[in-house]
Design a protein. Structure first.
Lengths: 569, 254
């Protein structure tokens, strides 16, 4: 953590700017994203990953195990691939069967454990999972990509990579569960294990290994289909294969229910940006930024997205990136260059382009930025401060939750939606207030209206009790304890609260999903409406073979953002 | 069946919400149960008793009643509710008094499943408060329990004993007395003019060992299926049944 003197000299953006929901919904992955920092850690610590078991039939169905050896422990990724009919293939959380199911196991996989996994992993939520598991997940094929790749390889040809520009994967996961879900291990038990110091490290490890399986399975099927003719997938295309993820509203509550963690992520990103900008620009750094802008430009040119809004956003971004590159090439590398760039960006560029530029600025200064990856975790405790004077509580609301007080909840548009959990696998959903069933079971995700409620109650209580403290007030209004506790706990933070009204008719839940996905390291953001999105992880990332080769050039190994399609003849 | 800490906490929380607890009550109650069980102090047994009692009575409109308070002392009527429902705010009140005055005393009359209060006391102790709580389990033989937390300690010392000589005042007592001190240790030391028979004694070190062992092993909790099913049923009260078009509330079908 930076000392306060350093922090004061850095131009850190205020929360009113950063926590705007639309801006958060424009974030892109950066070098602080968890998929990036995980691979850096793996390479730095010389992790080794070996395929230990590969028992697949000619159609690629069966069991596979990969062994991971780290300096601190041994883990296994166990994968079961199953036949699945097309009509069963669904990305919804309500699905009950998938093309494959897999899990990350701590320690060795004895036969008894393997039997238990074979019985329960394919059932996912419906099974009782083993406490040696750290992660469970499932994935469905991109049948178009998979079939085309098998066909090409079995004919002795490399597949066309055109389809990977729209769906950059052979498999997409539909939920990745960790932290004690369905009987697997609690992450609090891993707090001393340095392999998992990053949030979501275990999930990212499992997904990274699944990427290798998707290629191994593909090559296996092709080889069985055409022995002697089939060829392996080229190294360049292997790198261009990622793992997809299909995500819906299920991800949204996390952003609201973990404000201290979200604060930490965003605070680190904002520190990284401020530290990057505080570096004195030189020709080399400017050239590097121009090169990254050009790479990003090419990446977006190659991306084939279906969603109309996202296509429009990407096309604006492409246009603006061309201006940015031209601007950078003409400007002298003077000391204020980065500040000039971001100030111009704020005035003239779309949010999408601004945040992309911020990610690229962060990218060019690894020495300044990378130590922050150790600060992305935080202990999430919200305790009441019972003796806080109510006048202070009121002042905190007025200064830090002014965005909540400004919501006009008498306007029907401001209270249009309500959030609830469906009985179908507890999936979070949106209902129209006054129209849809379930309003009486609304879940308290919209923080703004609840803060406003506390403020109104406080105003009235304070009139009669001007010297009261928090606990006096709460003894009369016990149903708002959670909100008061949250306000107090967040009072020393800047970035935990997302400044939007989650009831508003114009709410785009997609912004919530993208916020989290950007920190996980997702790319190729392809929304399906405003509540579903498909993304790709690890596209362009080094393969397991490259990792096992113990790369000498760690910065080269780490340079895989905005993956470009390999050239094909 | 074996369940993880996170699962027990999440499902208990939802079950408490299903019963009608407020968000904070549900959070705190789930934490109290999990704290007890993870220290092998029969959290699940107490939870089961609490559920049966809560479900048998309709406590939805009840809340703890402040009978008296001054700068040092508060007396609350728990109206026969479980400490899961009636203790967290009174304990915060005592905490505030102790911070202001050096020592605060809280008496909660008429409350149930008092063992579970240790889960919330642990949380207050971690915030730098020394705490002692005393309550009586039974009148014949007269059994008392004293629990003491050192400030910033995660575990208490516990003594449970029967008194051989019954004092004159021995009416049914379902209350609990909590003393909090900002600066002074309040750990139980057994000295009394009454002769007593020590039934159970848990030292801090012993409970710390449990904490460390459980943390290292990563073992979950062995929850009776009937209790798990009951928690699930209660949790379902918070979910909305499917209705025509309800899946669209999560986005277009794939």
């Amino acid at each position: 953590m930076l000392d306060s003197a350093t922090l004061n000299t850095l131009a850190i953006r205020p929360p009113g700017v950063v926590m705007d929901l639309e801006r958060l919904g424009s974030l892109t992955a950066s070098r602080l994203s968890f998929s990036r920092s995980l691979l850096r850690q793996m390479a730095r610590q010389r992790w080794q990953i070996q395929r230990e078991r590969f028992e697949l039939d000619e159609d690629g169905f069966g069991q596979t195990i990969y062994r991971l050896q780290t300096p601190n422990g041994r883990y296994h990724v166990v994968i079961f691939s199953h036949p699945l009919s097309d009509d069963q293939r669904s990305d919804r959380v309500t699905a009950e069967a998938w093309d494959l199911t897999f899990g990350l196991v701590e320690g060795d996989v004895e036969e008894a454990l393997m039997c238990s996994l074979a019985e329960n992993l394919p059932l996912q939520e419906a099974g009782r999972q083993n406490p040696q598991l750290l992660v469970i997940s499932r994935a469905n094929k991109s049948t178009r990509n998979f079939d085309a790749f098998v066909t090409a390889l079995s004919r002795g040809q490399q597949p066309s990579i055109d389809d990977l520009k729209s769906a950059g994967y052979l498999y997409r996961t539909t939920a990745v569960y960790g932290n004690g879900k369905f009987g697997i291990k609690d992450y609090s038990r891993l707090s001393d294990n340095p392999d998992f110091r990053q949030p979501f490290a275990a999930q990212m490890i499992a997904v990274y290994v699944l990427r290798q399986f998707s290629i191994d399975q593909l090559e296996h099927i092709a080889a069985r289909r055409a022995p002697g003719t089939a060829v392996p997938l080229s190294d360049a295309i292997q790198r261009y294969v990622g793992i997809g993820n299909s995500t819906g509203l299920g991800m949204a509550p996390f952003l609201i229910n973990h404000p201290l963690l979200i604060n930490q992520w965003i605070y680190c990103r904002e520190q990284a940006l401020a530290l990057a900008k505080a570096n004195l620009p030189d020709e080399a750094a400017r050239d590097r930024l121009v090169a990254l802008c050009e790479r990003a430009q090419q990446y977006y040119l190659e991306s084939q997205i279906e969603d109309k809004d996202q296509v429009e956003r990407n096309s604006t971004l492409l246009e603006e990136l061309a201006h940015v590159t031209a601007w950078l090439q003409q400007m002298p590398a003077e000391s204020t260059l980065w500040y000039q760039l971001t100030e111009w960006g704020e005035a003239a560029l779309s949010l999408e382009t601004q945040e992309l530029l911020n990610s690229l600025l962060i990218e060019i200064y690894p020495e300044s930025v990378d130590p922050l990856e150790d600060e992305m975790s935080v202990e999430e405790v919200q305790d009441l401060i019972p003796d806080m004077p109510l006048i202070q509580l009121k002042q905190i609301i007025e200064t830090q939750f002014d965005w909540a007080l400004s919501q006009d909840l008498t306007d029907p548009d401001e209270r249009y939606w309500f959030w609830y959990r469906s009985i179908e696998k507890e999936e979070p959903r949106l209902g129209v207030r006054g129209v849809d069933q379930g309003e009486e079971k609304e879940i308290a995700l919209a923080i703004g209206p609840r803060v406003q409620q506390v403020y109104r109650l406080l105003e009235s209580y304070l009139e009669a009790n001007p010297t009261g403290v928090a606990v006096d007030f709460l003894l009369e209004h016990s149903r708002v304890v959670d909100v008061v506790r949250r306000i107090q706990s967040m009072s020393n933070t800047a970035y935990g609260e997302i400044r939007g009204n989650l009831w508003h008719r114009e709410l785009r839940p997609m912004h919530l999903l993208r916020t989290k996905l950007s920190f996980l390291g997702a790319g190729r953001f392809d929304p399906r409406g405003d509540r579903w999105v498909r993304v790709t992880f690890f596209q362009g990332a080094p393969s397991i073979a490259e990792l096992n080769a113990e790369p000498a050039d760690l910065s080269g190994f780490d340079d895989w953002s905005f993956a470009l399609a390999p050239h094909q003849t | 069946m074996m369940v993880s800490y996170n699962e027990l906490q999440a499902l208990s929380r939802k079950a408490f919400l299903g019963i009608g607890f407020s968000e904070a009550q549900a959070d705190d109650a789930a934490d109290m149960v999990c704290w007890m069980e993870s220290h092998e102090l029969n959290g699940l047994v107490e939870l089961n008793q609490a559920l049966q009692r809560i479900l048998a009575e309709d406590n939805r409109d009840k809340s703890p009643e402040l009978l008296y308070q001054d700068a040092d002392l508060a007396i609350i009527d728990g109206h026969d509710m479980s400490v899961l429902q009636c203790s967290h705010l009174p304990l915060e009140l005592a905490f505030a008094k102790a911070r202001a005055r050096g020592l605060g005393v809280l008496k909660i009359r008429h409350c149930r499943q008092r063992q579970l209060i240790m889960g919330y006391l642990a949380r207050l102790a971690s915030r730098g408060m020394n705490i002692t709580a005393l309550w009586r389990h039974a009148q014949t033989p007269l059994t008392e329990q004293v629990v003491g937390f050192r400030a910033n300690s995660t575990v208490p010392s516990i003594r449970i004993y029967t008194l051989e000589e019954i004092p004159d005042e021995n009416k049914l007592n379902t209350g609990i007395t909590v003393i909090m001190a900002n600066h002074v240790d309040l750990l139980p030391t057994m000295r009394s003019d009454y002769s007593y028979d020590l039934l159970a004694r848990h030292e801090e070190s012993e409970l710390l060992e449990v904490e460390v062992r459980r943390r290292a092993s990563g073992d979950g909790f062995d929850v009776p299926s009937s209790l798990w099913d009951q928690l699930k049923t209660l949790a379902q009260r918070t979910f909305v049944e499917s209705f025509e078009g309800s899946q669209l509330g999560a986005g277009p079908l794939d």
